[in-house]
Design a protein around this ligand. Structure first.
Ligand code: ADP
Ligand code: MG
Length: 702
């Protein structure tokens, strides 16, 4: 009987008696996973375009959706052809009558189309877009944005169908030479069709009370605004989301850390007294203060999570070594981790001598070692024979088992992912000191490092003289080299930084070699010139660095590999070639290689003629001349660029921020912080939190 009844039931999903086990998803439901699809799933994206997009950091559909326009085109008036005058930018709409094409003497391909709109006729011209001719068949409707001139109408952008390119407030994206703005706009347009897949992590009540648009609407507004206001409202919504997620991530991290236990270290004793004696200088007040803060952390049973922030050359390494020696004194181990092999080697060179004097056993662990050496060093670390190990993050994170790691120093690492999981499993965590020279204004440090305590080295050692920075154009570069040779004759050393070229590492290396060779024959004939770049085998690199340090090389011609960590106080002058190509943070880091001793140091920035530079490059070089204070430069960089990307790829959690304008969003940031306190870290928000915490590596992972 019962069976018959069941059979009589209506199909589930309609007005049946029993609900289905799982409801089918409505077609409009968010599918955030769809946005993980690679860009090649979009129409007309083959391997070549995919490669060019990857160069801009755009790999998935989501990346395209999140590619924030740099600015928007100005709105301009649509005019009848009859009413065009002067050279005033305008939009016209009409029909193609016919086309012709030719080549100019400058080998420019010029395509001309006669266009009529009923009020008149004009010759529209395009340069170097020969393929377009096939599309501009007579009768085609076109919408053109450009400028009338004496020959006709020079086209800047055009639409053959829907109005996008020529629209008011068309988005202008950070693009590249290989990827035209038009193509990028089209691709973002294709990605926008999937915008509803994004989902909306904010509880609706919150969106309402904060007066924020829906997330998908915000993305549409960002890419297709009808007014600047609309674009800005969209951007703010997106910025709010990411700040909120960042705050939740910080809170989660802080809570996780709160549960960890570390062993407290006994007070500093004889080893550290000797350390102070062995140092060829007295610690500065700022260094002593940082050390006192570290001492206090190490006495506790919650693991230290401290950020040591200080400008380039301010003397962080000495403080870091102090922390490592605290571990050694307690008969435990220390680890020093750097983001690159070069930097790890630098750190090793710096601390090796002092450690030898103190009788502390240090080892460098990099992939430059043979497999056998590598295994041997790992074994010594595992047995505790090595008391301080220096290496890259990856090595120490992935392969190495310490006998008893007590203190880890992490230099310039991405914000998240600094736990040692294996230690966690044993219920014991190392004390961690993070170091950064990236100048982050204080207010931002609070956001991005919200879960760390911060020590700041505010002033450089007192014996320092401010570096003199000069900006010269290349017609006067011989004077720069004259000054450089004067330093060399006085027994000082120097750097010449090669132009930043956007090419493969191999081309960059060749260019550096060529430049070194050229200088050996010309300006620097009488001196010993070494060349350092990323393509050198590690042993070669190490021996060049060691020679430079020992004064056996006078001039180091180098690529930006010397940007961080190189410490040769006798080097007192640096020439940066084509300095206008470098970012401000990068120039500042480079300059930090000189001015490390008591001697007056110089940094000479060479650029092309001033009138040929972009405004931004001009402002950057001016800022470099005016101040050598990293924090001030960071602020300037924000002003010059109007946004918070100053901190570059190597950056902390700031690299997770796509939409935030750090300077102008302070209020938004505080809102996000308040809201984060009252929100549960669950559902889609939790997924977003995972996304930024997720990609990180963990010390001790295997
Ligand atoms: P950072 O890592 O902050 O860039 P370093 O720790 O490498 O700076 O220090 C830069 C230079 O200053 C090094 O040559 C170092 O030996 C020297 N130095 C550090 N502390 C002092 C001090 N208190 N007095 C004089 N020189 C110092
Ligand atoms: Mg350093």
């Amino acid at each position: 009987m019962a069976r018959a009844l069941t059979e009589l039931r209506l199909p589930v999903g309609f007005a049946g008696l029993e609900p289905p086990a799982t409801w089918p998803r409505p077609r409009s439901a968010p599918r955030p996973e769809a946005l993980e699809a690679g860009v090649e799933t979009l129409p007309r994206v083959g391997p070549a375009v995919r490669g060019r997009l990857a160069k801009l950091g755009l790999r998935t559909v989501r990346d395209l959706l999140w590619h924030r326009p740099r600015r928007y085109e100005r709105p301009i008036e649509e005019k009848a052809i009859r009413d065009l005058f002067g050279e005033v930018e305008a939009v016209i709409e009409g029909v193609v009558l016919d086309t012709t094409s030719r080549r100019s003497r400058g080998r420019l391909k010029i395509l001309t189309a006669r266009v009529s709109d009923g009020t008149g006729e004009i010759k529209a011209t395009w340069f170097n877009q020969p393929w377009l001719e096939a599309q501009l068949v007579p009768g085609t409707k076109v919408r053109l944005r450009g400028k009338p001139n004496r020959y006709g109408f020079q086209v800047e952008t055009y639409d053959l169908g829907e109005t996008t390119e020529t629209a008011d407030y068309a988005p202008v994206y950070p693009a590249s030479e290989a990827l035209a703005q038009k193509q990028l706009r089209a691709l973002v347009g294709a990605a926008l069709e999937q915008v509803r897949a994004e989902g909306d992590a904010l509880p609706a009540s919150l969106a309402t009370s904060e007066r924020l648009p829906l997330r998908a609407d915000a993305l549409v507004a960002l890419h297709r605004p009808r007014s600047p206001d609309e674009a800005e409202r969209g951007r703010r919504r997106l910025a709010f989301d990411e700040l909120l997620v960042l705050q939740l991530a910080l809170a989660r991290r802080a809570a996780e850390r709160g549960r960890l236990v570390a062993e407290s270290l006994p007070d500093a004793g004889a080893l550290l007294t000797r350390y102070r004696e062995v140092l060829p200088f007295r610690l500065t007040e700022a260094q002593d203060r940082a050390i006192a803060e570290i001492d206090r952390d190490l006495a506790r049973t919650t693991p230290m999570q401290r950020l040591l922030q200080g400008d380039v050359g301010s003397g962080k390494t000495v403080v870091a070594l102090y922390a490592l020696l605290r571990a050694v004194e307690a008969d435990r181990q220390g680890a020093m981790m750097a983001p690159t092999e070069v930097l790890a080697e630098q750190h090793f060179l710096t601390i090796e001598g002092i450690c030898a004097e103190l009788g502390v056993r240090v080892a460098l662990l990099t992939s430059a070692l043979t497999a056998k050496e590598h295994a041997n060093v790992r074994q010594l670390i595992a047995s505790g024979d090595v008391q301080i190990a220096v290496g890259t993050h990856a090595l120490i994170q992935k392969e190495v088992g310490f006998r008893d790691l007590a203190v880890a120093v992490v230099d310039e690492q991405h914000r998240f992912g600094v736990e040692q999981r294996s230690a966690l499993a044993e219920g014991r965590s190392p004390h961690v000191l993070h170091m950064t020279a990236t100048p982050i204004p204080r207010t931002l440090a609070l956001t991005v490092y919200g879960d760390l305590s911060v020590s700041e080295i505010t002033a450089p050692p007192a014996n320092r003289k401010a570096i003199v920075t000069a900006w010269v154009t290349d017609d006067r570069s011989s004077e720069a080299y004259e000054r450089l040779t004067r330093h060399l004759r006085d027994g000082r050393q120097a750097y010449v930084v090669c132009p930043l070229i956007e090419a493969s590492e191999l081309t960059v290396a060749r260019a550096a070699d060529d430049e070194a060779e050229r200088l050996r024959r010309a300006e620097l004939k009488e001196f010993r010139v070494g060349c350092l770049h990323g393509r050198l085998k590690p042993p070669e690199r190490r021996s060049i660095m060691a020679d430079f340090k020992a004064g056996e090389i006078d001039v180091l011609v180098a690529t930006t590999v010397i940007e961080v960590g190189v410490d040769v106080p006798n080097a007192t002058i640096m020439i940066v070639q084509e300095a206008d190509r470098f970012g401000l943070a990068q120039l500042h880091q480079l300059r930090g290689r000189v001015g490390r001793g008591a001697q007056q140091s110089y940094c000479l920035l060479v650029s092309g003629p001033k009138e040929e530079l972009t405004d931004v490059a001009h402002d950057r070089l001016e800022a470099m001349v005016q101040t050598s204070d990293g924090f001030e430069l960071a602020e300037r960089d924000l002003e010059i660029r109007g946004e918070g990307q100053l901190l570059g790829a190597r950056q902390s959690g700031l690299s997770d921020l796509h939409f935030t304008r750090l300077r102008q969003d302070t209020a938004l940031l505080e809102r996000a912080r308040d809201v984060a306190r009252s929100l549960a870290d669950e559902g889609e928000l939790a997924v977003a939190v995972e996304r930024i915490l997720g990609g990180s590596e963990h010390i001790g992972d295997s």
